[in-house]
Design a protein around this ligand. Structure first.
Ligand SMILES: Cc1cc2nc3c(=O)[nH]c(=O)nc-3n(C[C@H](O)[C@H](O)[C@H](O)COP(=O)(O)OP(=O)(O)OC[C@H]3O[C@@H](n4cnc5c(N)ncnc54)[C@H](O)[C@@H]3O)c2cc1C
Length: 406
């Protein structure tokens, strides 16, 4: 079934943190939009754990920052071990007048708070709606959306691993087949790294990926590690381990072992932890490959890209979600001023510079070449003592490496 409609509301595709933030900033600025999401339910994954001062600053007027602060744990700096010989420390003291710290908070909670704020501002996410294609026409975008409604029976069968019945498959086919043709004045693709918006308007996503897999575990630990510091270990033979607290709501945490995120570019990351004992099964384990890519442009006609749809990089530096929320803020300001056509010019150089810095840091952290291992073990510990270098590294890690003027 194809339903052709002429509508006026602009469209945001994807209700991850970036799409939600864009819809929220726009709603608060009096701009009504439609926001669609292909998944049936909010995300439960902890993915982005570190919220940076820039994000706290731009979300402050929405009331979301205050709620984040009530729930998250403040990370005041980082502790490094460079092989077995050297160690070092950085402190975030004084980096920001109100937020001189990073905030450890699960991405699922950040998304929930953004969605609640969006609803309070009069917006609503339409779930089970997927963008299948979009096309620039004169002064507007023609979009095809598909309903992905799962029948209730299907959901319960899937939950219990049962074989679906034939009625149930028929119901799935009829609801999943409904499509809608929608015409809107502009569209923001915030639909993640495999963006359909980017693909169907024909924008390339240039860059490279790292061959070796990275490993992640969110696991309860008995440990003497300082929970208010990120922990970074560069191992003698190459490889790294990164460790930070996983927090959904500090007010509800029990007194026992706390949950930590361990990321390494070697298998069995938990076995690589010093001073720590695993206190239960991991609540999330994953393997992934990192890539550093940026879209050739962030605007084509009336289609715009933000967040992972526009740029991806390794989780080192904790920038992905934070940078995407900043894209959303800049975009919304330009919409309010009627200056959307400045978006690519203003934003792409900033995003490109961040992807470049993170790619360099990731090369060093991976320690897969003799050169990078030498820098990590023998040069980095001394550079960290040099104030200008230390301050520049802190600015990259906290998202304060560029002004946010528009
Ligand atoms: C292990 C790990 C750790 C990380 N740590 C950090 C960190 O500490 N700090 C940080 O800033 N970042 C971090 N990141 C990166 C962060 O998770 C991403 O940058 C962030 O999720 C990007 O948000 P987004 O909204 O652009 O995309 P996504 O979160 O991918 O959201 C896109 C949304 O669009 C929906 N969608 C996709 N296609 C369609 C379609 N065709 N139609 C409708 N909807 C669609 C998806 O279902 C999804 O909900 C980490 C990532 C990983 C994997």
């Amino acid at each position: 079934m194809v339903v052709a409609q002429q509508k006026e509301l602009p469209l945001i595709v994807g209700a991850g943190p970036v799409g939600l933030a864009a819809a929220l900033f726009l709603a608060r600025g009096g701009v009504r939009v439609r926001i669609v999401e292909r998944r049936s339910h909010p995300s439960v994954e902890s993915r982005a754990l570190a919220v940076n001062p820039r994000t706290m600053e731009i979300l402050e007027p929405t009331g979301v920052t205050e709620k984040m602060l009530e729930r998250g744990v403040r990370i005041h700096g980082g502790q490094f071990r460079f092989g077995s010989k050297h160690s070092g420390e950085i402190s975030f003291d004084g980096i920001h007048p109100r937020y001189p710290f990073m905030l450890a908070l699960s991405q699922a909670v950040t998304e929930k708070l953004l969605e609640e704020a969006l609803e309070a501002a009069g917006g609503r996410v339409e779930r089970n709606v997927e963008l299948t294609s979009c096309r620039n026409e004169t002064g507007c975008v023609e979009v095809v959306l598909r309903g992905n409604e799962e029948p209730a029976e299907l959901r319960s069968a899937a939950n219990y691993g049962a074989e679906p019945s034939s009625e149930y498959l028929a119901a799935e086919r009829s609801s999943a087949g409904s499509t809608e043709s929608y015409v809107c004045p502009w569209m923001l693709g915030a639909d993640g790294a495999h963006s359909r918006a980017r693909e169907t308007v024909g924008l390339s996503f240039d860059g490279s990926s790292v061959d070796r897999e990275w490993y992640l575990a969110d696991v309860p630990l008995e440990t003497s590690l300082d929970e208010e510091r990120a922990q970074i270990w560069f191992l003698d033979d190459g490889g790294f381990v990164f460790c930070i607290r996983v927090v959904a709501d500090k007010r509800e945490e029990s007194a026992g072992p706390k949950l930590w995120r361990v990321i390494a570019n070697l298998p069995n990351p938990i076995s690589l932890l010093p001073d720590s004992k695993q206190a239960g099964p991991p609540v999330w384990e994953s393997k992934f490959k990192v890539a550093h890519r940026i879209a050739e442009r962030l605007q084509k006609g009336r289609v715009f890209l933000a967040g992972d749809a526009a740029h991806i990089h390794s989780p080192i530096g904790a920038r992905g979600m934070n940078l995407g929320i900043e894209d959303a803020w800049v975009f919304s300001q330009l919409v309010s001023r009627g200056e959307m056509d400045r978006y690519d010019l203003l934003r792409r150089p900033v995003d490109e510079k961040v992807v470049r810095s993170i790619r360099r840091l990731t090369w060093m952290a991976r320690g897969e070449s003799a050169g990078s291992r030498f820098i990590r073990t023998h040069i980095a510990p001394h550079l960290l003592e040099v104030q200008s270098f230390r301050e520049s590294a802190i600015r990259i890690g906290t998202g304060l490496d560029h002004p946010i003027g528009i």
